[in-house]
Design a protein around this ligand. Structure first.
Ligand SMILES: *[C@@H]1O[C@H](CO)[C@@H](O)[C@H](O)[C@H]1NC(C)=O
Ligand SMILES: *[C@@H]1O[C@H](CO)[C@@H](O)[C@H](O)[C@H]1NC(C)=O
Ligand SMILES: *[C@@H]1O[C@H](CO)[C@@H](O)[C@H](O)[C@H]1NC(C)=O
Length: 612
């Protein structure tokens, strides 16, 4: 990756917000390109927005465009971005074929209709945006044949029908596919591309079982298809006709998993119960209760815990003086609701009777340190106090498993606001809120850096699902400062900091590693895009993340870089958003030397002003 300044400059050029860095020279092709484009325009109608397409003016001026809607690089036309201007008529692909470097076509939100154009004649195309028009009809199975560079395909909100064309499913480089809001039907095909990061199939007429490879996608991307079933949606009803090997295997696997979960529950709670001579296995009520607690299957009933168990004096250790006390059985008696299952174990919300809601996190991979040391360390975490940290309230220690109990934050995680909730129709966060969130995150992180001056990773697991929002949308960091107590190999596999380039390449963490995570968080916050591969397990996917970082800023020549929801809410804030984007890029600098340290990053974030 190049130096920070270059990136920003380059980016500014692309968006043509500030006309700087011009290379005022005209290429010989200027005239020919102009002719080609004028011909392309002649097939369009309602094209008053293209009034400045005139042969007297060169289409490009270095990296800037003189004509509306062109993407120019070094006086060469790389793409067209003709969005939101009511265009109609014919998209003449044959004419575009004459532009030798043509890579990106966007005609989003216009009034084009009829069948999809023959885009596969543009073999070099990398990105195709046709969303929000009135294109209709079936797309031929071979419509995308031979498009070996095509990465992004946006066909959403049109009137397409029929099956998803096989050539689209087979595109080797596909990473973003948006088909929502059409009338596509049939089974969802099995997309084999490993790198796919956007896949939206919502609001169509798909039916049948969801392929295994999609069992982890956000359910909102599959919503609005009446006939779909299977993970991540409701399970398929298995009719006898359809019982086949796969279903049988799935059933066996699920059953086995359930048995393991129950067995683990018995191990865990059985131990507790031993002292009070309580036999878990004999009480089916208890079994239900534990199952509910462990799998988070809806709310458990407060009164169905056996009396014997109630005698158990839970060994909860409180690390804060200012908090109301409760004991383990009060906690277990609380109705539990699963909030999520992360890489360490599940997180529950427990609503105490007559008391506050607490967050209970289960950690199974935390036997890096002995009991004494663990107790000491938890007390230390309990002494931390900052408005942007979710306070640790208490913990429960068993050799094999720990529970950490935190305060509860009403508004859920930042990740849910940036991704999941949006699919359900909730409004996205506006710019002032996002700015407040990133400032809070920066302050919380700065506090951790100061409190743990000798630790390489004061946070270690900074990512959007570990930033929760309180009633006023003030952010609070969670799962901070746990690297010390998490098993090494588990940390290396799952924790955000271990996805950084220096770890994946040189196997070393530095004092700037958490800053890198902060950078990713900033880019995610600004673009509303999920950093694909970030949460995948294991090492060796740093290249994917580099691609993601670059694509956020560099490849995105068409389509908006900023989350559309912020832009709606922000009339004059774009300058500040740009500054934050630059900060994000400087925090994501690949090489550690060129990357900002936390003081610089936090300082620059603090300088941002609320506008618009
Ligand atoms: C721009 O194009 C000119 C002429 O085609 C070429 O000589 C020059 O190296 C190019 N510059 C860049 C930065 O690619
Ligand atoms: C779509 O384009 C029209 C102009 O044709 C514009 O008024 C409208 O705001 C655009 N919609 C979106 C979502 O950008
Ligand atoms: C023609 O374009 C204008 C915007 O330039 C748009 O408002 C109008 O709806 C378009 N006409 C049709 C029929 O789409």
């Amino acid at each position: 990756m190049a130096k920070c300044n270059k990136i920003t400059c380059h980016w500014l050029l692309i968006l043509s917000i500030f006309p700087i860095c011009f290379i005022p020279s005209f290429s010989d092709d200027g005239n020919t390109d102009a002719k080609i484009l004028i011909k392309f325009k002649s097939y369009l109608s309602n094209d008053t927005a293209l009034n400045n397409w005139k042969e007297a003016i060169a289409p490009c001026n270095g990296d800037a465009n003189n004509w509306f809607g062109l993407i120019c690089v070094n006086n060469t036309i790389f793409g067209l971005r003709l969005e939101n201007i009511g265009l109609m008529g014919v998209i003449d692909i044959d004419t575009l074929m004459e532009l030798s470097k043509f890579r990106s076509l966007s005609v989003m939100n216009n009034s084009f209709d009829g069948p999809m154009p023959n885009v596969n004649k543009l073999v070099g195309l990398k990105a195709l945006f046709l969303s929000a028009n009135k294109f209709s009809g079936e797309i031929r199975d071979d419509a995308f044949n031979g498009m070996k560079y095509l990465k992004k395909v946006y066909l959403a909100e049109n009137e397409f029908t029929g099956h998803v064309p096989q050539s689209l499913v087979d595109l080797p480089q596909l990473i973003e596919l948006s088909l929502e809001g059409n009338r596509f039907e049939g089974h969802i095909p099995d997309f084999k591309q490993k790198e796919i990061r956007v896949l939206n199939l919502a609001n169509n007429q798909f039916e049948g079982p969801i392929p295994e490879s999609l069992s982890n996608v956000d359910p909102s991307n599959l919503a609005g298809n009446k006939g779909l079933c299977g993970k991540p949606l409701e399970p398929c009803k298995s009719s006898k006709k359809h019982t086949n090997l796969i279903i049988a295997i799935t059933v066996v696997a699920v059953a086995a998993l359930a048995i393991i979960i129950i067995a683990l529950s018995f191990l865990f709670f059985g131990r507790l119960a031993q002292t009070s001579e309580y036999k878990v296995a004999q009480d089916s009520k208890a079994q239900n209760k534990f199952q509910n607690y462990n799998t988070g299957l809806k709310e458990a009933h407060p009164n169905d815990l056996p009396d014997d168990f109630k005698k158990e004096n839970g060994d909860l250790h409180f690390v804060r003086k200012d908090k109301e006390r409760f004991d383990l059985h009060e906690l277990l008696r609380a109705s539990a609701e699963i909030l999520g299952s992360g890489s360490f174990g599940s997180t529950y919300k427990a609503v105490l009777l007559n008391g506050p809601s607490m967050v209970v996190k289960r950690f199974k991979q935390m036997n890096n340190v002995g009991r004494e040391e663990f107790h000491e360390y938890m007390k230390r975490l309990g002494r931390l106090s900052h408005p942007n940290l979710l306070p640790l309230v208490a913990f429960y220690y068993r050799k094999e498993e720990k529970l950490l109990i935190y305060d509860y934050a009403e508004n859920g995680s930042l990740a849910s606001h940036l991704h999941a909730r949006r699919g359900l129709g909730e409004a996205g966060l506006d710019w002032p809120t996002r700015l407040k969130i990133i400032k809070g995150v920066a302050r919380g992180l700065a506090y951790l850096y100061k409190e743990f001056p000798t630790q390489m990773l004061p946070h270690g697991h900074l990512k959007s699902s570990n930033v929760v929002l309180d009633h006023a949308f003030e952010p609070r960091l969670t799962e901070y400062a746990l690297v010390q107590v998490i098993n090494k190999n588990h940390a290396q596999q799952y924790m955000a900091a271990y996805k950084s380039p220096e770890v994946t390449q040189y196997d070393r963490t530095t004092k700037k590693t958490d800053v890198w995570c902060l950078g990713i968080l900033i880019l995610e916050l600004l673009t509303g895009r999920f950093p694909a591969n970030y949460l995948r397990h294991g090492k060796g996917n740093n290249a994917d993340l580099a691609t993601w970082v670059n694509s956020v800023v560099r490849e995105e020549w068409t389509g908006e870089v900023f989350d559309k929801e912020i832009k709606k809410s922000c009339k004059n804030g774009e300058g500040e958003m740009l500054k934050l984007l630059k900060i994000g890029m400087c925090c994501c600098e690949w090489g550690v030397e060129g990357r900002w340290d936390w003081r610089e990053a936090v300082g620059k974030i603090e300088e941002l002003e609320r506008k618009g």
